[in-house]
Design a protein around this ligand. Structure first.
Ligand SMILES: *Cc1c(COP(=O)(O)O)cnc(C)c1O
Length: 374
């Protein structure tokens, strides 16, 4: 065990990696087959089984998965994809890759997910898909989006372990749903992603397009469609398998940390904590994001936390106000007031399975101190 001094900076995120991950990766190294080997289908099948969904396709990143999933539901040049402006930029970028236009709609102030009524109002005759995001692991209102009758791709990159009110795991409703395995996610393969689906044709198309457009029954070097190199290596899938074995424990540890944070941060005037589960939906804990009191200076708060040994980060900035989106689509402040208010005030605090009670207490003391509310 590493002994860390009490004053060491508390990181924003840290993966749980141990002997099982080391052994799994060394096995692959010794096997000599680092890619296109047996760990890829093994990881896909284990992941699909855990969620209770028919198929899974491992890909090189969540972004790659979003790209292939949008292609698989038919999004093409000139289409519109209705999505959330309060997300990691990848969800909107994926539409742009296909020369489709991401059309934003405002978010629900409680869940911070795309508001189904606002999404419905943003639909035009060019809309060919909806791309709701399960932000911060809280289930988006899929039943409401399903009633809109358009193809859906789910960005579930932050939502491994989340469950809808009807008991379906997030990612198991049948629409292509995309997970991400970057090192801060609930499960990591270093970099990586995966698309779940109930549709065998979608699985086949994604498997082909992640591998240069090769058909499964075709010999080496013939390609019947355009594809990419979005493969995930056997090294990464071996890591993923080891992480799946400890996923329940990691998810439980994150949920426990969230409970401790709620207690430690209770009663700070004007500070909004992540919404509680409601109506049967269950969050898969990914990050602990607070919204600062409206009068607080967010950037100064982050700097002051850093001086007190606490990492934190603005999370997330509104996508439509990013330079590329302003310049390309002419977006301006004021279009999505709920999103913009939340984006301006949101700060992610250190949050990972092995965060200690003492570290959470230190974060809380620092935040109370910085906000001047001892
Ligand atoms: C992590 C994440 C992604 C995918 O990120 P990659 O780095 O490409 O794996 C996509 N959307 C959201 C909301 C995310 O948090």
């Amino acid at each position: 065990m590493t002994v860390r001094p009490a004053t060491e900076e508390i990181p924003l995120a840290r993966p749980v990696l141990g002997a099982a991950e080391e052994a799994a990766v060394i096995d692959v190294l010794r096997s000599g087959q680092l890619s296109l080997g047996p760990r890829v289908p093994a990881f896909e099948q284990a992941f699909a089984q855990r969620l209770g969904v028919a198929h899974a396709s491992a890909v090189s990143s969540g972004t790659a998965g979003l790209h292939l999933a949008l292609r698989a539901v038919g999004v093409a040049d000139g289409d519109e994809v209705v999505t959330s402006p309060f997300s990691f930029v990848a969800s909107a970028n994926a539409a742009v890759f296909e020369r489709a236009r991401p059309v934003f709609a405002d978010i629900d102030p409680r869940t911070l997910n795309l508001d189904p009524a606002a999404a419905a109002a943003a639909i035009t005759d060019r809309t060919t898909a909806l791309l709701p995001v399960h932000i911060f692991g809280y289930p988006a209102d899929l039943p409401a989006f399903e009633r809109l009758g358009l193809p859906i791709v789910e960005d579930a990159c932050e939502a491994l372990g989340a469950v809808h009110a009807d008991g379906t795991a997030v990612g198991a409703r049948g629409h292509p749903a995309v997970f991400g395995f970057y090192a801060n996610k609930q499960l990591t393969t270093g970099e990586g992603g995966l698309v779940t689906t109930v549709d065998e044709a979608v699985k086949e198309r994604i498997d082909s397009e992640r591998n240069q457009g090769r058909a499964p029954d075709m010999g080496w070097l013939d390609h019947d469609r355009l594809g990419f190199n979005y493969r995930l290596s056997d090294l990464a899938c071996a890591l993923g398998l080891a992480q799946l074995d400890r996923l329940d424990a990691m998810l439980a540890a994150r949920a426990d940390a969230a409970v401790l944070y709620r207690e430690a941060l209770a009663g700070i005037d004007g500070l909004a904590l992540p919404c509680e589960d409601a109506g049967g939906d269950r969050r898969g804990w990914f990050v602990f994001v607070v919204q600062l009191p409206p009068e607080a200076d967010r950037d100064a708060t982050i700097r002051a936390l850093r001086e007190r040994g606490v990492q934190s980060k603005p999370y997330l900035p509104a996508i439509h106000l990013m330079t590329y989106y302003r310049e390309t689509y002419g977006h301006r402040e004021g279009e999505f007031p709920v999103c913009e208010d939340v984006a301006r005030r949101s700060v992610a605090l250190p949050f990972f399975p092995e965060i200690s009670e003492g570290q959470i207490a230190r974060v809380a003391v620092a935040l109370r101190d910085v906000l001047g509310r001892k």
